[in-house]
Write a protein that binds this ligand. Structure first.
Ligand code: ADP
Ligand code: MG
Length: 730
């Protein structure tokens, strides 16, 4: 043992550097990956092959056209699903749902049914497929459930395909479901998402009708670019903060961070590549169309992104991506960190949620059209989004507000907490001309007059990229960049769907009325868009969102700047928000309030856990190491004195500094402990404010002392793996 004091950190480094599995290769599959894709999914193809023609058609009408499902098909589908799953080795099924924990939940039931004569058969009925009844009492409900009863129901979502989770220790059929109370109130992230999809579809179809389209449904589409960190599992186990809070609560800035800018798109380390490869293989089997992988800005940070899908399926698939990453990384001795800010001082992780709308004829409604007709329609949808964000930017902010994301938003890396839209030069110019009204010249040249017959073809180039904008138009979709890496994308998509539905509703109503009154559609569109853009122009900002100047400018424009979760969350239950979500049937007032409570509680609990961990690490890991080192230095000085030598002033200064820092650490941790003993009165919002204003600064003070000690205490005594080690030893 090369160290006097063997500690978890030293053991971790030794384990990693002597790990024989470092060269482990991802298993090569005999099946070509094109055939792997979707092999564990009860897909449309499987259904067509296995279901009677009429049942298949009915189910498909539900999936594609949103028609209610005839209960008589459930039994037939259930049997086909069970047979298919059992052929693949499944013994159990589960209703897979997404409670307000932000994770997924599953309760497994066996297909096995005992018979009267003592044997057993495999059974799975339509009612088991359609409805489940997990005990809801242990999931967050924000007060909804306790006033009624503990029961919660899961309801099959036929619009997201069932799949098989294949584990070495068992194979399970997973059925995506929504989770509600018995009164039908949503207890999960899927129910309101499905409601918002409906709302958006209804309103978007009205616009399409005005243009003579035969489309009957519009679905939001989404593709989420997922950022994450991968570090060696041995380091993870030596860091109680990573295990329990998902982020480091201590850690001095390493000599080398991301300043060399040598990680982004750099070559991917072999072990990481093997892990990514196996993750992708597993995801292909589940029908998740993952497409790109690359290094991100920070060392040890990576990104995985799928091809976009319907928003509901994309949301389920993003949950599967996060879970699969975790599961597979383990096989390579790696730990995935999904937290928004695992390491202070280097880049945090986000999730760019790309969003658009597609009709059931396959048209992307945010793609500038090839004809003037298509462009007028495009401009209506574009204007609807601009108007929606201008009216409800506060709700977009709420959708990304949680403790983890507070470390990013507003800091100098992620988009700021001020919501604005980036359009690019070309579109901004067009929008400005619309606002001025009348015939003007487009930048690309030519006459620009809105109208079904006169609008020129728009150049397709989306213009420059702007990485600083929280909500950017990127050619044929919007990219909502403020989302946190660990959060479900359901919340952000629910908000975007609903606010856009409202604007489409407004525009459709105006245009329908005008047409009914015999007015000319072209000139009505011109007038309406002009007014809508004028009213919303302040939300468009193409400049640098990080700059101080923008903060001042945004304030002049009256854009809200909700710096923290606690500032933002109350907007969720404002009269404006309540009216909006009620009108489109997405959240009832009770559901909004219950979610508000859950979000606040979540915030408070996160900070409480972090505080206790801070104390634990300060008192039981850092303090003992610092005291040992202080003892060593004191001993060494005493030895000098005993030998009759004078103590050099720099050495006694080191001891003084240590003594002072240890004192700071203790004082700060005593203060934090005291604060945690306080139980301030007031509402959940008051408690959250207390956490933000009192607990966080106290925690930061402990960290400051701890991080200074890290720079002083002998390396062989330091118990916590350092930033340098975690980020660079692979
Ligand atoms: P970037 O340059 O930001 O990486 P990409 O073109 O690679 O942009 O797309 C990023 C993500 O956007 C991908 O997940 C992609 O599938 C998704 N995307 C592309 N088109 C759409 C669309 N119409 N709706 C939703 N997401 C889309
Ligand atoms: Mg992107």
């Amino acid at each position: 043992m090369p160290y006097d004091h063997d500690n978890a950190r030293q053991s971790a480094i030794e384990a990693i550097t002597s790990w024989t599995n470092l060269g482990r290769r991802a298993p090569k599959s005999a099946t070509p990956f094109t055939q792997l894709f979707g092999m564990n999914v009860f897909s449309d193809d499987v259904m067509r092959a296995r279901l009677p023609e009429n049942v298949y058609r009915m189910l498909r009408n539900t999936v594609k056209k949103g028609e209610p499902l005839d209960p008589c098909v459930a039994d037939v589908v259930a049997t086909a699903m069970k047979d298919w799953a059992m052929e693949r080795g499944a013994t159990h099924f589960t209703h897979w749902f997404q409670p307000m924990t932000g994770l997924t939940a599953e309760k497994h039931d066996s297909f096995l049914s005992p018979t009267e004569n003592g044997s057993a058969i495999a059974e799975f009925s339509g009612s088991e497929l359609v409805r489940g009844e997990p005990d809801a009492s242990s999931f967050p409900s924000g007060g909804i459930r306790s006033t009624f009863e503990a029961r919660g129901y899961t309801a099959w979502d036929p619009t997201s395909p069932a799949f098989i989770l294949d584990n070495p220790n068992g194979t399970t059929l997973c059925i995506p479901t929504a989770f509600c109370s018995w009164t039908g109130e949503a207890l999960d992230k899927k129910t309101p998402l499905l409601r918002s999809v409906e709302a958006l579809s209804t309103q978007a179809v009205r616009i399409l009708k005005l243009f003579g389209s035969t489309a009957t449904r519009v679905a939001p589409t989404a593709g989420a670019e997922q950022e994450y960190f991968l570090i060696d599992k041995n380091f993870y186990y030596a860091r109680p903060d990573l295990i329990n809070a998902g982020r480091t609560l201590f850690g001095a800035k390493p000599p080398k961070g991301q300043e060399m800018e040598d990680h982004y798109f750099g070559s991917i380390p072999e072990r990481v590549l093997a892990c990514m490869f196996e993750t992708e293989t597993e995801l292909y089997k589940l029908g998740v169309p993952v497409k790109t992988r690359h290094n991100e800005v920070s060392p040890a940070q990576y990104e995985i992104a799928p091809v976009f899908e319907s928003a509901n399926v994309a949301t389920d698939h993003n949950m599967l991506i996060m879970e699969t990453l975790k599961r597979v990384a383990d096989r390579y001795g790696l730990q995935v960190l999904l937290h928004e800010k695992p390491f202070a001082g280097v880049n945090g992780s986000g999730k760019h949620v790309n969003w658009s709308m597609a009709d059931d004829l396959g048209n992307n409604l945010l793609k500038p059209g090839a004809t003037p007709h298509g462009n007028a329609q495009f401009l209506i949808f574009l204007t609807a989004v601009i108007r929606a964000v201008a009216k409800h930017g506060d709700l977009l902010r709420v959708a990304v507000a949680h403790a983890g994301n507070d470390h990013r938003l507003g800091a100098n890396e992620a988009p700021p907490a001020i919501i604005s839209i980036f359009l690019g030069e070309m579109l901004e110019d067009i929008v400005d001309q619309i606002a001025k009204g009348g015939a003007t010249t487009a930048k690309a040249g030519g006459e620009l007059k809105i109208g079904v017959s006169t609008l020129p073809i728009l150049p397709r180039d989306p213009g420059d990229r702007n990485r600083t904008s929280p909500f950017a138009f990127t050619g044929n979709k919007f990219e909502f960049r403020a989302c946190g890496s660990a959060q479900s994308i359901s919340g952000p998509i629910i908000v975007v769907n609903t606010v856009v539905a409202e604007s489409l509703d407004f525009l459709a109503t105006e245009l329908e009325n005008a047409v009914a009154a015999g007015k000319d559609l072209n000139s009505e569109i011109q007038t309406l868009l002009q007014a809508a853009i004028k009213e919303s122009r302040h939300i468009i900002f193409n400049g640098d969102n990080y700059s101080e100047a923008w903060h001042a400018e945004a304030e002049r424009r009256g854009l809200p700047n909700r710096r923290s979760t606690v500032d933002s969350l109350p907007d969720f239950i404002s009269p404006k928000s309540t009216a909006l979500f009620n009108k489109y049937g997405v959240f009832s007032e009770r559901e909004l309030h219950s979610r508000f409570e859950i979000f606040l509680e979540n915030y408070r609990k996160t900070l409480t856990v972090e505080s206790y961990l801070t104390l634990q690490i300060a008192n039981r890991m850092i303090l003992p190491a610092a005291l040992r080192y202080q003892g060593e230095v004191a001993d060494s000085l005493a030895k000098l004195k005993a030998a009759g030598l004078s103590v050099p002033k720099n050495q006694s200064a080191l001891l003084d500094e240590l003594v002072a820092l240890v004192d700071d650490l203790q004082a700060a941790s005593d203060k934090l402990a005291e604060i945690l003993e306080e139980h301030p009165a007031g509402t959940a919002l008051d408690h959250a404010k207390h956490s933000r204003d009192v607990v966080i600064p106290a925690m930061n003070a402990v960290r400051a002392a701890g991080d200074k000690l890290e720079g002083l205490v002998a390396s062989d005594l330091w118990p916590l793996p350092t930033y340098q080690e975690m980020l660079f030893i692979k």
